[in-house]
Every structure is written in structure tokens, then in C-alpha cells.
Ligand binder design. Structure first.
Ligand code: ADP
Length: 246
């Protein structure tokens, strides 16, 4: 198997409480891999460890052939392992197009400068418009980001992540709080952005997980409970019990 991301014995303790415990995760290059589990299972902590927002207490992480365990978040992002941030990363008073232009400018390592915005950001226009087309937001380019409906904001957030040209995207509950229609749109979008990339996603909606994920890792209480395709893990009695809280 061509593994792009591998953790070994990944462990995080908070003041003696073990939130993630001995997790060995292998994500296949080009796959959509789901990380699921009940609340408190350690999914967010795992994401924070992978993107280096937290340092592990123990264990190692390899990405694309390199040991990234000791790296800083910006270094990991430069290697192409990029997390899609929550909506807080979208600037509500800029237009949709401006948000993507700013993301492109930051991706090139330029500091963001409102002062010169028109002149400097103009050069990113064509690429920004192409990214908006990719996520189906081209007709919304001149709306203020703050005025977008929730589902569209998530699409914008994905566009700003794509601006970093990720090799692998970590998506944190991309369909959380969405209407049915928005869920279908995001599912189609994730499938599209996953082409030529690897995606690791935390997702609560099991219908979405079933429809999208090639491989699923189930966490409970910080540990891997099961791993496999949807049919396999959903039939696993331990997984069923963990979800039903029995
Ligand atoms: P999930 O995302 O699966 O709901 P989390 O990774 O957020 O789970 O949390 C796993 C466990 O670790 C929870 O019991 C949570 O309370 C605990 N935890 C997470 N972050 C911290 C922290 N900074 N300090 C102490 N405990 C934490």
C-alpha cells in the first residue's frame, strides 16, 4: 500500500488524562479516509497532532516519506498537509473573491496588506476565479463572505484551503449543521477536490461517511476500535456498541 500518512503509537496526555492513546493510523495515498467515533473519542486531538497544533506525548508521524513529528504547523502546511479551518478563517467583510485572493497571497508567503489590496491582489484574480469555479461559487464571487448561507461558507472555506495547493486535506466535519441540500453539495465537492489528492475527514454524518470514504478508522476513548470499509466497520458489534453507548 502506498501510505501517505502514517502514525505510530501516537499518544497525547493532558495532565494525566490520555485523550489519544497508541494510535497507529495508515492513510493510503489518493484515498478518502474517514475518522469517526463518539464525542470525546479523540478525533479533534488527532487532527491537532497531525497538523502540529499539539505536540504528542509519545509516538511519531510520517507524511509523504518524512518524519514530521517535530515540525511546526507552517512547515507541515508547506509540505502540503493542510487542514480546512472552520468558518472563523473566512473574512466576513471581504467578498468571496477577495477571500480567495487573500488566501492565495498568503499561500505565496506574502503578508496580507489591505492598503495595496487592489493592485497587489489583482494578480491572483484568475487563479481565484478558477478556484471559485471548482467549488461552485463563481456566481457568488462579489457577495460579501459574511452574507453567504452556511453551506456556501463551508465551500468558500474549502476554496481557501485549496489555495494552499494541498497534497492532503484534513476536513473537520465538513457537513456539520447543514441542510440535506447543502450536504449533497458538499459531498459532491469533497469528491471533486479529492481527485488527485488524499483526504482525511472527521465526519459525524454516517450517510456521508458511507458515500465518500474508502477506509474508515473508528476511535473510542482515544484508541482505534476498528478500521476498514464502511460495510465492515458498520457491522462490527464493538462499533455498534460504542455508537449506542452500551
Ligand atoms: P472528539 O473530537 O472525538 O470529540 P477530542 O479530541 O475533542 O474528541 O477530545 C478527546 C478527549 O480529550 C475529551 O475527553 C476531551 O475532554 C479531552 N481534551 C481535549 N483537549 C483537551 C485539553 N486541551 N485539555 C484537557 N483535556 C482535553
Amino acid at each position: 500500500m502506498d501510505t501517505i500518512l502514517a502514525t505510530e503509537d501516537l499518544t497525547k496526555e493532558f495532565l494525566g488524562f490520555t485523550a489519544v492513546s497508541g494510535v497507529s493510523l495508515n492513510v493510503r495515498r489518493g484515498s478518502i479516509h474517514g475518522l469517526i467515533g463518539p464525542n470525546g473519542a479523540g478525533k479533534t486531538t488527532c487532527f491537532n497532532l497531525l497538523t502540529k497544533f499539539l505536540q504528542p506525548t509519545r509516538g511519531s508521524i510520517r507524511f509523504d516519506g518524512r518524519d514530521i513529528t517535530g515540525m511546526k504547523p507552517a512547515e507541515v502546511a508547506r509540505l502540503g498537509l493542510v487542514r480546512s479551518f472552520q468558518i472563523s478563517a473566512v473574512f466576513p467583510h471581504l467578498t468571496v473573491l477577495e477571500n480567495v485572493r487573500v488566501a492565495l497571497q498568503r499561500a505565496r508567503g506574502r503578508s496580507f496588506d489591505f492598503w495595496r489590496s487592489d493592485k497587489v491582489l489583482g494578480q491572483y484574480d484568475a487563479r481565484a476565479r478558477a478556484l471559485l469555479e471548482d467549488v461552485g461559487l463563481h456566481t457568488h464571487a462579489h457577495l460579501l463572505a459574511g452574507e453567504l448561507p452556511y453551506g456556501r461558507k463551508r465551500a468558500l472555506e474549502i476554496a481557501t484551503t485549496l489555495a494552499l495547493d494541498p497534497v492532503m486535506m484534513l476536513l473537520d466535519e465538513p457537513t456539520a449543521g447543514m441542510t440535506h441540500e447543502d450536504v449533497d453539495r458538499i459531498v459532491a465537492l469533497v469528491r471533486r477536490v479529492a481527485q488527485g489528492r488524499t483526504v482525511l475527514m472527521v465526519e459525524h454524518n454516517l450517510r456521508v461517511v458511507e458515500g465518500l470514504c474508502d477506509t474508515i478508522t473508528v476511535l473510542t476513548r482515544g484508541r482505534v476500535l476498528a478500521e476498514g470499509d464502511y460495510a465492515g466497520v458498520s457491522r462490527n458489534p464493538e462499533v455498534v456498541a460504542a455508537y449506542l453507548g452500551t
